[in-house]
Design a protein around this ligand. Structure first.
Ligand SMILES: *Cc1c(COP(=O)(O)O)cnc(C)c1O
Length: 352
């Protein structure tokens, strides 16, 4: 069946091992973030075998899929008030930044007779989730009033909304907060979580503050890439995940449409460059399954021209005589493409 994503188990395992070992050398444990592949349990298992300490995901439905794995489950996205019962039931730890939600989790935890652990998030500038650091002494006493909640640690998320890069400076703010909280409130923080794949580049130097002992890694594991500067991590593979799609039309046609140009299927007015006649081909996949701007043809002679809901059009001119209808094309992918491919029920997933 096509289209399909083919996952190379060995490459995924090697990517994971390289990152886990780099982190271990700095006393940092890794949560593998599974949301990019919709929490495929077999892929999560491979990462566990390679040494990650737990699985983490944004969606409680995904943690439910992983419930039989012999490890802790961490909910990364702030819980919705409407899901606190499930969060207590299916997540060992959740990330939080709202008192009201922590109180609702406390109530749910009491109802179920299970103590719920949380990581308190601080916003160090990226402007996604987190309490502001200057509010720490206002919120901590109120959080600690919740008897069924245990503060397991603190964390920060960067480079997701604001594009702010983790640095020794902003991460020392996190470790200063950790020290302050431990001293002032007489508790031990087991987790000081210093970010996502954008923090990986700091593992190379000596610049990651000592007190940080956890990172949550998605992209770094699946694509072998650190996310601050987009560099490939030495030794890792960027092709552990390959998309395969089949050619359904292969014709010599004009490079510019003929007729009065209105809007394309997505309401944009397309612009074309006249290159005369070119060898064009259509593969059976589209925007319903993937963001085509995040795909890279393995054959570098091919160029993706565009896509509608379920057709993707390529320029084959430089490789004209090497392809025909029915052939399978392979593509490497960026994070955004992978996210969508795994969400599409029309795309088969095969682990080899
Ligand atoms: C998605 C997510 C991650 C993982 O991000 P990557 O860049 O894929 O490593 C880590 N932490 C949080 C809170 C997330 O939402």
């Amino acid at each position: 069946m096509y289209p399909r994503v083919v996952i190379n188990k060995t490459k995924l395992k090697e990517n994971t091992e390289i990152i886990v070992n780099k982190a271990k050398a700095k006393d940092i444990h890794i949560f593998v973030v599974t949301k990019v592949h919709s929490a495929d349990i077999n892929l999560a298992r491979i990462c566990l075998e390679a040494g990650v300490s737990a699985v983490a995901d944004s969606r409680i439905q995904n943690l439910i899929k992983l419930k039989e794995l012999p490890c802790e489950k961490i909910l990364l996205r702030l819980p919705m008030l409407s899901e606190v019962e499930d969060v207590v039931k299916f997540a060992d730890i959740s990330f939080n930044s709202e008192l009201e939600t922590i109180e609702a989790l406390n109530q749910a935890a009491m109802n179920q007779g299970i103590k719920h652990r949380i990581v308190v998030m601080f916003d160090l500038g990226d402007l996604r989730e987190g309490f502001l650091p200057e509010d720490v002494d206002q919120v901590m006493p109120l959080i600690l009033k919740n008897e069924w909640i245990k503060v397991e640690g603190i964390g920060v998320n960067l480079t997701c909304y604001g594009g702010v890069i983790p640095t020794p400076d902003n991460l020392s703010e996190l470790t200063a907060l950790a020290n302050h909280i431990e001293k002032t409130y007489n508790l031990t923080l087991n987790i000081v979580s210093g970010g996502n794949s954008s923090s990986l580049y700091l593992l190379d130097g000596d610049s990651l503050p000592n007190r940080i002992n956890n990172l949550r890694i998605g992209e770094g594991i699946v694509l072998g890439r650190e996310a601050a500067y987009g560099e490939q991590i030495p030794g890792t593979h960027d092709d552990a995940f390959i998309l395969e799609a089949q050619i359904v039309e292969y014709k010599f046609k004009n490079s510019v449409p003929r007729g009065l140009i209105g809007m394309d299927a997505f309401g944009n007015k397309p612009i074309f460059e006249d290159q005369g006649m070119i060898q064009r081909g259509i593969v059976a996949i589209g925007r319903q399954d993937v963001d085509h701007t995040n795909l890279i043809p393995v054959d570098e002679r091919l160029k993706i021209l565009g896509a509608s809901s379920d057709h993707m059009i390529l320029d084959f001119t430089l490789a004209k005589s090497d392809y025909k209808v029915g052939d399978i094309l392979s593509f490497k992918m960026e994070y955004g493409a992978m996210l969508k491919l795994f969400t599409s029920e029309y795309v088969e997933k095969v682990i080899l």
